[in-house]
Design a protein around this ligand. Structure first.
Ligand SMILES: [Zn+2]
Length: 195
């Protein structure tokens, strides 16, 4: 009887917490400098379905950041979610691990958008960056290949949008086009650009 009661309690807590978090995500506050009318493209090829393994404010490593982890197999093409200029790249790391000591060992691409915001694409594979600083990239353009470098426990792409205001570095959430609609992505769900 006691076992049943505790099982019921755990199920209630689970249902309540998932309702609460999805509410929180959908009401995520947009920093005032962000153009919320811009809708981003999933950073993968049209045909690829992607699973969001960790969403905004995820408890594993996104506690205070609006970042998304897309679970991608090694060597999956990564595409620009928005046009801009490449302002940072790293490609020479070849390992990763589950602790923060690996945090500066990730390969990445950073793109500055026309509105002054940036996008970071992390954990790319060794030698998996095909753009260079100063390049102009268009939305959907191939920029590199996914990997498992840096602070990473499995192959995935960490995607983060950020800007700098009077308080300093600030990440922000955004809408994405998925299946022809504008959505805020949730952890634990899969998405595709084309229905
Ligand atoms: Zn992440």
């Amino acid at each position: 009887m006691q076992y049943l009661f505790f099982s019921f309690l755990i199920i209630c807590i689970f249902i309540f917490s998932s309702c609460y978090t999805s509410k929180m995500y959908s009401r995520a506050s947009f920093p005032h400098h962000t153009d919320t009318s811009f809708v981003y493209r999933l950073p993968v090829l049209n045909k690829n379905k992607v699973y969001v393994s960790q969403g905004y404010y995820g408890v594993f490593s996104h506690r205070r950041i609006f970042a998304l982890d897309f679970r991608l197999k090694m060597n999956t093409p990564v595409c620009a979610a928005r046009s801009g200029i490449v302002v940072g790249t790293e490609w020479k790391h070849n390992r990763g691990g589950a602790t923060r000591k690996w945090i500066d060992k990730a390969n990445y691409v950073e793109i500055k958008h026309d509105d002054g915001t940036w996008a970071s694409y992390w954990h790319l594979q060794y030698n998996g960056v095909i753009v260079k600083n100063g390049d102009r990239v268009e939305v959907g353009q191939l920029i590199g290949y996914s990997g498992n470098t840096g602070f990473s426990t499995m192959p995935h792409l960490h995607f983060e949008l950020w800007g700098i205001d009077e308080m300093g570095y600030k990440t922000f959430p955004s809408f994405f086009y998925v299946s022809g609609k504008r959505r805020i992505l949730q952890g634990g769900r899969s998405y595709r650009i084309i229905p």
